[in-house]
Design a protein around this ligand. Structure first.
Ligand code: AMP
Ligand code: MG
Length: 458
């Protein structure tokens, strides 16, 4: 069996990457392989023995490399980040005609590792596996998880943890930070090559660098609106974690909100709440303005780039309204009612996912409220606005990857028990269906189960 690699990134100028083989590990063992995704992208499990997934063997046709990129992290610019613990094995073109990257994350030190060890621990690897696959099942553009393996080697974090490698699939790993890398070096030729490569790969219908920006602005505006509709908080929206493809990338300290509140933050490193739930659209636009900045040398003038960025607000607002109109099953879009509903939910400390789920299934919502009369008044008002045959079940998931369930699965896995991980993964594969035997997984955490902070995957 050979993987049908068709590599293109490696043909870009030399400044874009460093050749880098994955570094072998002591004792690779398979944790999970995603057969469904393999079929979608045109490969099979036989193409990926555990030695390949762990980086102990480089498959025929691969051209392993670590990509260069820069990025604003929490607002501060680093001119050189790059793949410090990931190696792009190569690209494949699926039966759907889509080109995709296959990357090993946690594959050892690279030219870009700086102080890091190039490795990943099992917790963050399985977390990315669970959440990225859940996001896909929830209908959100995202990188995917092809496989997870353990390495048989410890990684030293605050304590020693089991090492692991994630095989990640993405429409590409180009980021806003990829453009910033060449912009910071004032390398116009590289920027031209990158812009044309990204345009042709992701938005072939777009024209020139300006058309590329228009397309990325639109993709990101729609993506963030989807996150908002699910109560998803990315947690580390640095420009190196914003994919040009419009896919969600980098599941570090991300979390789904339980109780609705716009200022919710989980990431332990986000002390000022820069990446809080309600800030996400604003931050996305800030990140896109960094992309626009890198295109100034190509476009030659600022005004058209600004006009492109100015479209973000309307595209985002339209998508947000569309999503919440569907979630509430409204007869017609009603921005004021949506806004008032969210305000009321924050005041009442209502669980975000359970509220919409119960509404969709005609179940009791009153017990989610602090004030029963508020629930009754809201419900009466809602009934007047509601379209009786609206398909609210398709707009409101029953199951989301709640942090307390993820933490329980990861801590069992760290102790060698993968049963909770498998179970959670199976439940989250069908998020829009009630699964009566797993009804407890619909519920928010109890006071003792509550996860207050999430940590970066490093
Ligand atoms: P992230 O916070 O995962 O988006 O990563 C930010 C930057 O840190 C990227 O350049 C990563 O490649 C790098 N990085 C994260 N973890 C490690 C690690 N364990 N070893 C080397 N580089 C790392
Ligand atoms: Mg990153």
């Amino acid at each position: 069996m050979t993987i049908p690699f068709d590599n293109s990134f490696v043909n870009l100028p030399k400044s874009f990457y460093m050749h880098q083989d994955p570094l072998p590990v002591a004792a690779p063992a398979l944790v999970k392989f995603n057969h469904g995704l393999a079929a979608e992208i045109g490969v099979s499990s036989e193409d990926f023995p555990v030695e390949v997934l762990a980086g102990n063997a480089v498959p025929e046709g691969a051209a392993p490399l670590a990509a260069a990129y820069a990025g604003h992290q929490f607002g501060g610019f680093s001119p050189q980040l790059g793949d410090g613990r990931a190696v792009l094995l190569g690209e494949v073109i699926g039966p759907d005609g889509t080109r995709r990257d296959i990357q090993l994350k946690g594959a050892g030190r690279t030219y870009f590792s700086r102080g890091g060890d190039g490795r990943a621990a099992i917790g963050p690897v399985l977390r990315e596996y669970l959440v990225s696959e859940a996001m896909h099942a929830l209908g959100v553009p995202t990188t995917r998880a092809l496989a997870a393996v353990t390495t048989g080697e410890p990684v030293q974090r605050e304590t020693p943890l089991s090492g692991a490698v994630l095989a990640r699939v993405a429409q590409s790993h180009l980021r806003v930070g990829s453009f910033q890398f060449h912009y910071a070096r004032q390398d116009k030729a590289a920027l031209e090559a990158l812009a044309e490569y990204a345009r042709a790969r992701h938005y072939p219908e777009a024209e020139g660098p300006l058309g590329l920006l228009d397309a990325v602005v639109s993709a990101q505006a729609k993506l963030i609106a989807k996150w908002m509709g699910l109560g998803f908080i990315h947690g580390v929206m640095n420009t190196d974690n914003v994919a040009i493809s419009g896919e969600t990338i980098d599941y570090g300290p991300c979390a789904f909100m339980d109780t609705y509140h716009p200022e919710t933050v989980f990431s332990s490193i986000d002390r000022k709440g820069r990446y809080a739930y309600a800030n996400q659209p604003k931050i996305a636009l800030w990140n896109l303005s960094q992309l626009a900045q890198t295109l100034v040398p190509l476009v030659g003038e600022v005004a058209p780039l600004e006009a492109s960025l100015n479209r973000f607000g309307d595209i985002y607002a339209a998508e947000f309204t569309r999503i919440f109109t569907a979630k509430l099953g409204l007869a017609k879009p009603d921005v004021d009612f949506i806004t008032d509903t969210l305000k009321m939910m924050a005041n009442e400390g209502v669980d975000f996912t359970l509220f919409f789920k119960r509404l969709a299934y005609g179940q009791d919502i009153e017990s989610l409220f602090e004030t029963p009369t508020t629930a009754q008044d809201w419900h009466a008002n809602w009934q007047k606005k509601h379209l009786p045959n609206a398909d609210m079940k398709a707009a409101n998931p029953v199951f989301i990857p709640r942090s307390h369930r993820i933490e329980a699965a990861l801590s069992a896995a760290e102790h060698g028990d993968f049963t909770p991980f498998e179970k959670l993964h199976a439940i989250l594969a069908r998020p829009f269906e009630e699964q009566p035997e797993h009804a407890a997984f619909e519920n928010p955490p109890t006071e003792e189960e509550r996860v207050l902070a999430t940590f970066c995957g490093t």
